[in-house]
Design a protein around this ligand. Structure first.
Ligand code: SF4
Ligand code: SF4
Ligand code: SF4
Length: 331
C-alpha cells in the first residue's frame, strides 16, 4: 500500500486547491453531533475529521432524498471528505442493487462517477457504534478512493483506487514523503479503536445469530417493541443501507425519485387496498428481516453496518440491538 504523508497545514492548502475545481463536502462539528456541509475556503478550518459518523448518511450523495430522474443538467464533480467505514461498507449493498444485476440506475451511477471519496479512521465512538459486531473495522480498506488517517499533525493519505491515485498525483508530493505502509502509531490507534468497539458491544449477536433470532416468530416481542413506534420512518431515512423509493410523476414530465420507508403505513399497499404489512408490528419485524435475511439472500450483503444511527434517531426509543438480543434469547 502506498501512503502519502502531508502536514495538516499543507493539507488545508490542498483542500483550497481542490475547491477551485470541485464542490467539497466534509463533516463539520454541530452542537451534539457532526454533519456533512458544503465547504468553502472560509470553512476549511471547521472541517472536523475526529468526530463520529456524521448524522447524514453517505447514501444521500448518491441517492438524494428527492431527485428528478429525467433531468439533463450536467453534474459537477465533487469530493467528499471524512467518510466513516460504516457508510462506505453500505456501498457493497447499494452498488450491487443500483449498478449490478439486471438493472442499472443511471442517476445513481452518474452521482457515483462524479464523486471522489475520502474515507477516514474513526477516532471517536458513540455508545451506539457497533460496526465490529458485523466484521467491519473503524477504518477503511475499500469502497473509497483515498483513505485518510490523521495523527500527530500529519495526514496519511492512501489511494485505494486508480481514481484516488490520479487525484493525489496532482499534488506532486515529494518522494521522501511517500511510504509503503502506515506508521506504527496509526496502526496502533486503529487496533485500539477496534478493541474498544468490541468490548463496548460484547453482547451484540453477530449477523448469523441475529438472523436466527429475527427469523423466529416471536409475535409478542415484535408487538411489544412496536407499541412505541410512531411510523415516522426516521430509522430508514437515516440508515446508510436503506434504499427504498417511490417514483412520482409530476407536471411538465418531471419524474421524481423520493425516499420511502417500510415503516410508513401503506408502504406495501397494492391494488384493492390489500396490504401485507398493515400491522405496525409486522412492519417493524419486516425491517429486521430485510436487513438480516432478505438482503443477504438476494444481494449477498448484510443491510446493517452497525452505524447506530437508527438507535440514536428513534423517537420511540426502540434500540435495534436490544430487540435483536432479546429475539436471540427467546425460544
Ligand atoms: S429496511 Fe425497509 S426501508 Fe430499508 S431497505 Fe428494507 S424495506 Fe426498504
Ligand atoms: S440498521 Fe441502524 S445500525 Fe444498522 S446500518 Fe441501518 S441505521 Fe445503522
Ligand atoms: S424511528 Fe422508531 S418510531 Fe420512527 S419508524 Fe423507526 S422504529 Fe418507528
Amino acid at each position: 500500500m502506498k501512503v502519502y504523508r502531508v502536514t495538516e497545514k499543507k493539507w488545508t492548502e490542498y483542500v483550497a486547491e481542490i475547491l477551485k475545481e470541485f464542490k467539497v463536502f466534509a463533516p463539520v462539528k454541530k452542537e451534539n453531533s457532526t454533519d456533512f456541509e458544503e465547504i468553502t475556503v472560509e470553512k476549511i478550518g471547521s472541517i472536523y475529521y475526529e468526530g463520529t459518523t456524521p448524522s447524514t448518511p453517505l447514501k444521500a450523495f448518491f441517492f438524494p432524498v428527492k431527485e428528478n430522474v429525467v433531468a439533463t443538467e450536467q453534474k459537477q464533480a465533487r469530493v467528499i471528505l471524512g467518510v466513516s467505514n460504516c457508510d462506505l461498507a453500505a456501498l457493497d449493498l447499494l452498488d450491487n442493487i443500483y449498478l449490478g444485476g439486471d438493472f442499472m440506475d443511471h442517476c445513481y451511477k452518474e452521482n457515483r462517477d462524479h464523486t471522489i471519496i475520502f474515507g477516514k479512521d474513526c477516532d471517536d465512538l458513540k455508545e451506539t457504534c457497533h460496526c465490529t459486531s458485523y466484521g467491519l473495522t473503524p477504518y477503511c480498506e475499500k469502497n473509497c478512493d483515498i483513505s485518510m488517517s490523521v495523527s500527530d499533525g500529519y495526514c496519511y493519505l492512501s489511494p485505494l483506487s486508480e481514481k484516488g491515485e490520479t487525484f493525489l498525483g496532482q499534488f506532486k508530493i515529494n518522494d521522501n514523503e511517500v511510504f509503503d505502509c502506515l506508521p506504527e502509531k496509526v496502526i496502533q490507534k486503529r487496533t485500539a479503536m477496534a478493541a474498544n468497539l468490541q468490548s463496548q458491544n460484547i453482547n451484540i449477536p453477530d449477523e448469523k445469530a441475529s438472523r436466527k433470532g429475527i427469523e423466529k416468530e416471536n409475535k409478542e416481542l415484535w408487538k411489544r417493541h412496536a407499541s412505541t413506534c410512531v411510523s415516522c420512518g426516521a430509522c430508514s431515512m437515516i440508515c446508510p443501507t436503506c434504499h427504498c423509493f417511490l417514483l412520482i410523476d409530476l407536471k411538465d414530465f418531471e419524474k421524481v425519485k423520493n425516499w420511502d420507508a417500510c415503516q410508513f403505513a401503506g408502504f406495501s399497499r397494492v391494488a384493492a387496498g390489500e396490504d401485507p404489512l398493515m400491522k405496525l408490528y409486522d412492519r417493524l419485524k419486516f425491517r429486521y428481516l430485510c436487513k438480516f435475511v432478505y438482503k443477504p439472500d438476494m444481494f449477498n450483503a448484510l443491510a446493517c453496518t452497525g452505524c447506530g444511527r437508527c438507535i440514536d434517531a428513534c423517537i420511540g426509543k426502540i434500540n435495534k440491538n436490544e430487540v435483536i438480543v432479546e429475539a436471540c434469547g427467546q425460544g
